[in-house]
Design a protein around this ligand. Structure first.
Ligand SMILES: NC(=O)c1ccc[n+]([C@@H]2O[C@H](COP(=O)([O-])OP(=O)(O)OC[C@H]3O[C@@H](n4cnc5c(N)ncnc54)[C@H](OP(=O)(O)O)[C@@H]3O)[C@@H](O)[C@H]2O)c1
Length: 295
């Protein structure tokens, strides 16, 4: 049976990848842009769910501007927590399951990584706090919900570290990249593929099934931002790769604090969903190839 998905968000990295890959799965996706469903308006978004009566709702939009969230905290809370909760409640009313996307920034990264889903949370910034509130709101409103925590999302489109590094290198400016924060890069395409693969299973699962709750999703491997930049240049620019200097987090002041090592444990992904993520370098290869093909 074709699973009906209602997707919030069409233009972000994940939203674009979900729409690209949906034709390869037994799903029918109705996707709502910001103009059609503004996540700062919980009642309007909940009404869209009641109207569409889907099998599964996927929340692919979020307030993702980590530094801006420090000064736009109420807006970030509405988009990342209040509205996901309202969407999840409306989904429960119409019998729909919910897939919400969260972040490794729920962890402080001060020790204990790689963190399993059961590890204590302690977000260091407003973005992480509002996403953690979102996880709680969604779970409380709908027992048939799953929050997928992901990290360092990259793709050939939108705003992300791969594109930023290549742009800065092309401008010929000297590069210094933080070398004391590490994590797991995640291909938006791989995350989208996982979501589309599990959506029919969630549509069929009853409340209490192990598929619901929380899961960590990232590509395998772990790297610092600096070494990630070095690999991006090696793959994209080969001999022309620029030098990448290092920088300490403490010397690179940003409005939002970031965890030094919020790396997530991925065992549950494998044990409960049977999904083995590929290495981030391999996923990066696909992104670089697509960017190269587009130039
Ligand atoms: N990017 C990362 O490194 C990262 C890391 C960990 C977790 N995550 C999580 O992964 C998920 C997907 O992230 P992403 O990288 O795909 O995000 P993204 O590329 O930054 O895109 C954000 C999306 O949210 C939409 N949006 C923002 N405010 C909105 C509003 N008020 N109403 C409706 N739509 C709104 C944007 O629409 P417009 O185009 O109209 O602005 C855009 O489609 C998010 O839940 C994010 O928190 C991301």
């Amino acid at each position: 049976m074709t699973v009906q998905i209602l997707q919030f968000g069409t233009t972000g990295q994940l939203g674009v990848e979900l729409l690209r890959q949906a034709p390869g799965h037994d799903v029918s996706v109705t996707a709502l842009s910001r103009a059609e469903a503004d996540l700062s308006d919980p009642a309007a978004c909940a009404a869209k769910v009641r109207e569409a009566r889907p099998d599964v709702v996927v929340i692919a939009a979020a307030h993702t501007a980590v530094d801006l969230a420090e000064s736009e905290t109420e807006l970030a809370r509405a988009i990342n927590a209040v509205t996901p909760g309202a969407i999840a409640a409306a989904a429960a009313e119409v019998g729909a399951a919910v897939i919400n996307v969260s972040t490794d920034y729920v962890f402080d990264g001060d020790g204990g990584a790689p963190y399993p889903e059961t590890a204590a949370t302690n977000p260091l910034n407003a973005y992480g706090r509002t996403k953690l509130e979102g996880e709680g709101a969604v779970a409380a409103a709908n027992p048939r919900s799953l929050s997928i925590r992901t990290s360092w999302v990259v793709s050939p489109h939108g705003k992300n570290f791969v594109k930023t590094m290549l742009r800065v290198a092309a401008a010929g400016n000297p590069l210094k990249v933080v070398d004391d924060q590490s994590g797991r890069p995640t291909s938006a395409a791989d995350l989208a593929g996982f979501i589309l693969q599990i959506a029919p299973k969630l549509a069929a699962a009853k409340a209490g099934a192990p598929l619901f709750g929380l899961v960590h999703f990232a590509n395998s491997g772990e790297v610092t931002w600096r070494d990630f930049a070095i690999e991006i240049f090696a793959q994209a620019l080969g001999d022309q790769a620029p030098e990448v200097g290092g920088q300490k987090t403490a010397d690179y002041v940003t409005p939002a604090r970031r965890p030094l090592r919020a790396t997530m444990d991925l065992s549950r992904l494998e044990q409960v969903y049977g999904f083995t993520p590929r290495h981030w370098k391999e996923a990066l290869g696909d992104i670089v190839a697509e960017l190269r093909a587009a130039t």
